[in-house]
Design a protein around this ligand. Sequence first.
Ligand SMILES: Nc1ncnc2c1ncn2[C@@H]1O[C@H](COP(=O)(O)OP(=O)(O)OP(=O)(O)O)[C@@H](O)[C@H]1O
Length: 289
Amino acid sequence: MSGDALVLDAVTRRYRVRNGWLGRGALFNAVDGVSLALEHGGTLGLVGESGSGKSTTGRIAAGIEPASSGTVTLGGACLAPPNSSAWRRERRRIQMVFQNAAGALDPRMIIREQVAEPLLAHSDLGRRARAARADAALHDVGLDRLGDRYPHELSGGQLQRAVIARALVLDPDFLVCDEPVSALDVSVQAQIINLLMDLRDRLNLTCLFISHDLGVVRHICDRVAVMHRGRIVEIGPAEQVFRAPTHGYTRALLDAIPAATPAERRRRGGPSLHPTESAVTKRHAEEPI
Ligand SMILES: Nc1ncnc2c1ncn2[C@@H]1O[C@H](COP(=O)(O)OP(=O)(O)OP(=O)(O)O)[C@@H](O)[C@H]1O
């Protein structure tokens, strides 16, 4: 594990509009001049309304999608465009966990094979060594003994654990998590959040955590970036951004979340805490497998 940072500098991503008020074929900036750094060992939360550019930023950070302009550097070296041989070398260090675990897994393959799959492209390990590495990753996420099962034999939470194991099997330094629990039952969300926190601490991972759930972001992130219409309008230590937001859009986002305590609820006149946040505070709750 090296201590270098993943840095996005003035990153822009342009798409062509298919239909919409800008007019068919017009270009628009889904991500517009975004600069941020993922510092070693930290967790940066990326929040903002739907369509603000969070996922696109995450995919660019993970090297899955190229920037239209701007640079992505890893330890000071420019990350190569996706699919070049240099990219394949660096790709191992940055892995992504998506929202839809079921869609990310092949229903015809057992879990162990799918967890081991990235090793085919990124290592020269033999079949048995790959299976052993996959079993170790499955152990890390609490799925011992389930490697021989097919995806349809696993619960939603177990599927997301398998997807996390597949991201971990290459021993990455950075993990980009894009809404990793929003497709799960509330009762399972806390277990997956707790697992991600445990893995981050145990494996010394540096994380970008994309979420709509500001309660969870406040709980697990040390820094927060707020996106609005493709731009970062505010970035700073989580406690500072949540306690004293400087941008009007951040204040509007925070006003939209339910109050954390009865006193705050009375002061603000809003509803009580989102169930996810009350649940994530119960760390180490284990999902039955
Ligand atoms: N491949 C694509 N082609 C065209 N437009 C795209 C593409 N991917 C994303 N967009 C558009 O870019 C904008 C930003 O999308 P993005 O998914 O990054 O936002 P988001 O903040 O992650 O939203 P959500 O929270 O709903 O996932 C949206 O207007 C989206 O429709």
